[in-house]
Ligand binder design. Structure first.
Ligand code: PBG
Length: 325
């Protein structure tokens, strides 16, 4: 009855398990998404994401410095304008003194090339209707009108000092259009981290609170249907052809099969975004004592790396980077 082959031998001690681990998680793999809000004079907690806040410009600079000191791979910035500054076309997005562009300039001043500074290139935080683009007379998000807004927003972010732009609106042709505009203005070194396969997901819920957005309707005419896999590969292939420097899958946890598929086909680095709802679920279960918080966080991030992501966006980036080093 005694088995000859015993896989358990390689699990006998922590040192043995460490020796044979196939996947690693290092601070440099982690990118911290951050929210900076206009018109507040103290950080505002996001109740559905315990531990995450809308930053003031000052607290943003402090938290960014802390993340960089912990060794994270980069920072991804989201701007939260004042409600009265939102409008139908998201003017705050490309305004030189818009909150996101001001914050980028501040962090670029503080940090220079010590980190990789990324910006969400999308209109939803800045529009009063909450859509990622310009809405036409029939209530549909107009793809090509929106591309014009993305061009203007991209140039503003490049001028403000972003190293990587993250177009997340899932408009057709967004990568090619932004690439051409950046090149025409001499920003040939500004890269594009394309949200290539982005699904319409219920797990974005807490993000709406994070950016103070009250979306009218849903994003199903531009974000992907959870039922589809081939469609994700097509979106990624197009973004690669259009010149994406990094491609991203989002959300992460319910889409690890897509992360694996994309890792197999992509010649550029693959990122995955552990989004707000993933953060909230683990936080809430841990708060109730139902799961071991620290272990669950590490396991979730390791599984995203194992699926094939070289870069993971997570709201736990600083904490985990500190824990790892
Ligand atoms: C769009 C954008 C969203 C997120 C990142 N960029 C919201 C959406 O597409 O609905 C979600 C991030 C998260 O949920 O953590 N600007």
């Amino acid at each position: 009855m005694a088995p000859v082959i015993r896989p358990r031998r390689l699990r006998t001690t922590p040192a043995m398990r460490r020796l044979v681990a196939e996947t690693s998680l290092e601070p440099r793999h982690l990118v911290l998404p951050m929210f900076v809000a206009d018109g507040i004079d103290a950080p505002v907690p996001i109740s559905s994401m315990p531990g995450v806040v809308q930053h003031t410009m000052d607290s943003l600079r402090g938290a960014a410095a802390e993340a960089v000191a912990a060794g994270v791979g980069g920072l991804m910035l989201f701007g939260v304008p004042r409600a009265e500054d939102k409008d139908a076309t998201g003017s705050g997005a490309d305004a030189e003194d818009g909150i996101l562009n001001r914050a980028l300039r501040g962090l670029a001043d503080d940090l220079g090339d010590a980190t990789v500074l990324m910006a969400d290139t999308c209109l939803d935080e800045f529009t009063d209707h909450g859509h990622c683009g310009v809405v036409d007379g029939r209530g549909r998000v107009d793809n090509d009108e929106t591309l014009e807004r993305y061009v203007s927003m991209s140039l503003a972010q490049a001028r403000a000092g972003a190293h990587l732009l993250g177009p997340s609106g899932m408009m057709d042709g967004q990568v090619a259009t932004i690439r051409a505009a950046l090149d025409a203005e001499g920003f040939t070194d500004t890269g594009i981290l394309a949200y290539a396969a982005k699904y319409a997901s219920a797990f974005y819920g807490p993000f709406r609170e994070a950016v103070g957005s009250s979306l009218q309707g849903d994003r199903r005419t531009y974000q992907q249907d959870a039922a589809n896999r081939a469609e994700a590969l097509r979106e990624v292939r197009l973004d690669l052809e259009e010149g994406a420097d990094i491609v991203m899958v989002k959300p992460a946890m319910s889409y690890l099969d897509i992360v694996r598929d994309v890792a197999e086909m992509s010649e550029v680095p693959v990122a995955a975004y552990q989004i707000s709802g993933e953060y909230s679920m683990i936080s809430a279960a841990a708060e109730r004592g139902w799961i071991d918080r620290d272990a669950a966080i590490l396991e979730s991030l390791t599984s995203i790396r194992r699926a094939g992501a070289s870069i993971v966006l997570t709201y736990w980036a600083t904490e985990v980077a500190q824990r790892l080093s």
